[in-house]
Structures are given as structure tokens and as C-alpha cells.
Design a protein around this ligand. Sequence first.
Ligand code: ADP
Ligand code: ASP
Ligand code: MG
Length: 421
Amino acid sequence: MSCIVMKFGGTSMAGIERIRNVAARVKREVAAGHRVAVVVSAMAGETDRLVGFCREASALYDRAEYDVVVSAGEQVTSGLLAIALQAAGVPARSWLGWQLPIRTSDAHASARIGAIDTAALTAALASGEVAVIPGFQGMADDGRATTLGRGGSDTSAVAVAAALKADRCDIYTDVDGVYTTDPRIVPRARKLSRVTYEEMLELASVGAKVLQTRSVGLAMKEGVRVRVLSSFEEGDSDAPQRGTLIAGEDELDEEIDTVERQLITGIAHDKNEAKVTLTAVPDRPGAVAAIFAPLADAGINVDMIIQNVAHSTGSTDVTFTVPATDLVRALDILERARPAIGFDALVHDSRVAKISVVGVGMRSHAGVASTMFTTLGDRGINIQAITTSEIKVSVLIEEDYTELAVRVLHTAYGLDGEIAA
Ligand code: ADP
Ligand code: ASP
Ligand code: MG
């Protein structure tokens, strides 16, 4: 008897009708003889609403209490799905993060999963009960509630699949797989039937929010085969043409068709970036450390960094990006560190977006970056910052040009397919 983990995202859980649809899908897998653990997200829009309350209560809210508030959305949907399953004649119960427990670090709002105690879960599944687990939430060693960062239910699902040594981890969402870019922006985006962990990791980390980055990293580490598929499409979930399979390069190598052996796998955008500039920072050893150490201590991830040419005055401007959601905290930290850093002005801009092209083919081909710069330049789109990795090039541009940039790059790299009906 195989064990499967099914994860349903916010759109799939938005309202009782849709939760009934989810229950019907779960029931089908149970009827097919599988042991099933289900991981659920909060209803679409609910987490944003709860985050909004925290911000309204205080711009510099306590992150431990934020976790108490925002984890509530998943508590509601897990209970509702258990009720819907029972109503459909399927034995089921919910297991909250602290009940299993799902142990995490104490980095509130972006905690990492440590260990999952599977004893109770395994016993429940063996008794024929469906286990419904709220995604996104866990418990720190001190017993306090934690959450895993936005989109974290994907990571909960992969972690549960790894802990249960599940045969499948199916991520049901509102699109029918991973595309060459966000199909909501580019109607000509093509669905990929297979993507390597490595490429998916890069795509997710630069904004392809279809999977949370950490879920892909964890799947890669634990060797969990992940499938992304639509919760609104009918048909056999085992059918090979359904969804997108994410697995290791070796495993996919023989199977990947030539159409997919493209130089570029995909293009992603991220509007959740904010640009910060410190002007007239003294040009001396240790100055950069004085800026970034306190940000790192606060758990704020700095992404793109540009240190401009030194002025004749012996100072330089330093520009970098942080997640837009961390901007207020970052500014507060930098302002407090002003005496130690010694900058002149602190300037910020949230109206920026990061556009990235990703593909393992880049390792062996030159010219990917220059195609990007030329294509954007031809459209009058200014590049404010650049970063690269072995299989990725990212640029920072004005936010208003995001959709245009993604579309013209998608065409420039030859990724356009047919418009889906
Ligand atoms: P869920 O609530 O199911 O977790 P998300 O909204 O987090 O769903 O992720 C699904 C969304 O990801 C899609 O609706 C789509 O707009 C977006 N997306 C961004 N990039 C891609 C991509 N490359 N392929 C598929 N979807 C993408
Ligand atoms: N509900 C959480 C969020 O919106 C987690 C998730 O849906 O994956 O970020
Ligand atoms: Mg998601």
C-alpha cells in the first residue's frame, strides 16, 4: 500500500464548495488504496488579511505574535477539510503543527523545519484515517507557534512526504504545472513536463512562486519526487502527461525531450524587492560589514549589492535590495547603526522588480546575459542592478515594466508556444 502526500493551495481551499472538491479528490486516492496525508493552505487572500492586521497593529510587530496570528488561516482550513472528508464518508482528522509536532527553528516568520514526529501520523494512516495537516505552521523548541515564510505550505508538504517516506508528493494548485514563465503574464508560456531540482530551485528563488524555494531545496536534499498539478483539472492523477515532475537531473536526463533541452528553462519576476541606497559611506575596510552584519543578525536577506565608485571625498554609495516585506525593519536597523556606519543619506525605493532568466544550458553557452541587456535596452527599459549565478542572470528594473520585460524576454529566448485555449 503506497503512501501519498497531497497539498492543496489557497485557491483550491477558497470556500466550502472548493473544499468539497478537494475532499472528493482525496476520497478518490483513498478508494484507490493509498494512505493519504493532506497538507492545506489557508483560503486564498486569508494570510494577506491576517498579515494586514499585524501591520495595522504596529509597523514593527513582534514576529512571534505575528506567527500566532497568521498561522490561524491554515487551522481553519484543516478543520474544514476534515469535516468535509467525514461528511463524504472518509475517516479523517486534523493534526495541528504543535500536535504532531512539526519542530522548527525559532526564526519566527521564516522558521526552518527540523524534525517531524511521525509516530502518531503513521498510526493514524495505518488505521485508515486521512491525516489533514495545516501547512505553513510549526512549533519552536520553546513551544511557541512558528510559520515558515510566505508560500510555506509547499515546504510543509515536502517535509511531511520526506518524513513519511511517501511514494508521491503532489502539489495541487491553480495552474496545471510549472511553465516557462508565469502563465498569467505570458499567455504563450509553455508547460514543462519535467524540471530538474536545480532549475526549479533557481526559478523559485527568483520569484516563480508556484513552489516555495525551501520546498524545492528540501525535496532535492531528501530525494522527494514532487509533482505540480491543477486541482481544477479532471482526470487520472497518475497519468504521466499531467502536471510537471520535479526530480534529479540524472533521473530526468533520459526522459527529457529535445524541445525542453532549451538554453533557457524559464523566466521569473519578483516584485517583492526594495532598493536601499546609503550615500557617502566612508570608503574604508569594515564599512560594508558595518552595514550588512546588523541586517544579517536580524535575519534580513540582502540580495543584489552594488558598491559604487569612490568619490574624491573618500566615500562611496552602497545600493542593495532586501525583501519589500523587510524594508521597514531594515531602515530602522540602518538608522540605528548610522553612527557606526557613518553614511550621509538613507534612500529607498519599493517600485522595483527583479527579472531573472534561468537555465542549466547557460553553463555551456555565452551570450545569455547580453541578449537580456540588448532586449531590455531596445524597449527603453533601464537596468538598475545585475547579479548572476552559474545558471541565472537577474536584473533590477522599474516595477512598471515588469510584465513588458517578461514578455519580450520570453520571445527573445524563443520560449513562446501556442496560446492555451
Ligand atoms: P497556491 O496557493 O496553490 O500555493 P500560488 O499562488 O502560491 O498557489 O502559486 C501558483 C501561482 O504561481 C500561479 O497561479 C501562477 O500565477 C504563479 N506562477 C509564477 N511563475 C510560474 C511558473 N513559472 N509556472 C507556473 N505558475 C507560476
Ligand atoms: N497561507 C500561507 C501564505 O499565503 C502559506 C501558503 O499558502 O503556502 O503564504
Ligand atoms: Mg503557494
